[in-house]
Design a protein around this ligand. Sequence first.
Ligand SMILES: Nc1nc2c(ncn2[C@@H]2O[C@H](COP(=O)(O)OP(=O)(O)OP(=O)(O)O)[C@@H](O)[C@H]2O)c(=O)[nH]1
Length: 407
Amino acid sequence: MRYAQLVVGPAGSGKSTYCSTIYSHCQNIKRPCHVVNLDPAAEHFDYDVAVDVRELISVDDAAEYMNLGPNGALIFCMEYILKNLEDFGEKLGDFEDDYLLIDCPGQIELYTHMPLMTRLTNHLQTLGFRLVVVYLLDSQFMCDPAKFFSGAIAALSAMLQLELPHVNVMSKMDLVPKEVRPLIESYMNADTHVLLDELNRTADDKRRRLNLRLAELIEEFGLLQFYPLDKDDEEMITDLVLHVDMCLQYGEHEEPRDVDRMDMADMHWWRERGVSDEDEDVELLSAARVLTQRRTWFGFGQTQEYDTSPPKPWYQRHARDDTDEFDRFSTEERKERIALRREMMDLQEDGADSTNLEAYAAKVADLCIKYNDRLGAAALVDNSDFVQLPEVNKAALEEFLEKTKFD
Ligand SMILES: Nc1nc2c(ncn2[C@@H]2O[C@H](COP(=O)(O)OP(=O)(O)OP(=O)(O)O)[C@@H](O)[C@H]2O)c(=O)[nH]1
């Protein structure tokens, strides 16, 4: 399976910088990755470009030979690429099992007015690529709600035009002054109440109705969540890559290598954190993570899927975030959870019946109480029928939840 991110967004929004940042991140995590330049007007890059559209045609050549101005030359280039799409696509076809970052031109009207991107994406799909659009918006221009609305609608237009999984990114977060951050954060979640209040301050009745309709559109379709990006914040980059991977379903086709019982999502999670899958501990670590995630830990042969909801944005993270939780456990708790998970795996191999399922669920319940794990306890009680939790343990968990309730 091959994967590609189409990196789009207005001029100067940070597309090339994004490609450079993700390219370095991929190198660090040992993921094969190549950058493709689709911008005939591009000038220089601080990374190796594997395929460059300028080898086919560049704006400078078009301007010189066709005697065109900069915009006319760009349109000419786009038409030329369209006519020679098959040749260009062939070059992209050289990469097996790889991950491409396609750095697109900044003039987004080129895609909304011309069929280039749609034709290119269709072609890539016929070559077996799984695609995601990463749409960048510059946080610098998002310091007032009217600009946010126009940026969000441009993102929506690209989303509708390209009809592909779509991730919105708010770039250059490091440049946002502290006092403006709360406002930007509210935009990133498309908090329409905040936006409307701001927008309506100076609007007349007619404009207020328009603002309301636009806000409803944004809210109703839930399409406009933005992921923050500060190119120097490793954690933000990891979160974003993880989210894009979920949209791409990256890695789901792969066969596990050394660790045949491990969930691929776990392996991927650890790889993202620099742990090699040749490392024996990965199986243990992953097992522990499954346990901490409380999604699949108490069932035998349960088909419940991983929760693929996007990781929480950095500003919403709190101590009980699932993905961070493992790090909070004491060594003793980790060991016990790992041991229990191993026991469950052995039972799975021997064949689970209702007696050992009950015994297992009872042990998990004890562990929740022992380590003051309210979230796990609540999940277990909610799924008590499904996991065949014995009544006595269910009652103990309910008592524990009642006793440790926050007011
Ligand atoms: N401080 C900061 N600067 C950034 C960031 N991302 C991009 N920039 C700067 O913003 C400017 C434009 O970035 P590019 O990556 O060239 O933007 P682009 O979207 O590729 O531009 P075009 O291809 O011309 O449309 C450059 O000066 C970058 O150094 C960021 O996260 N933080």
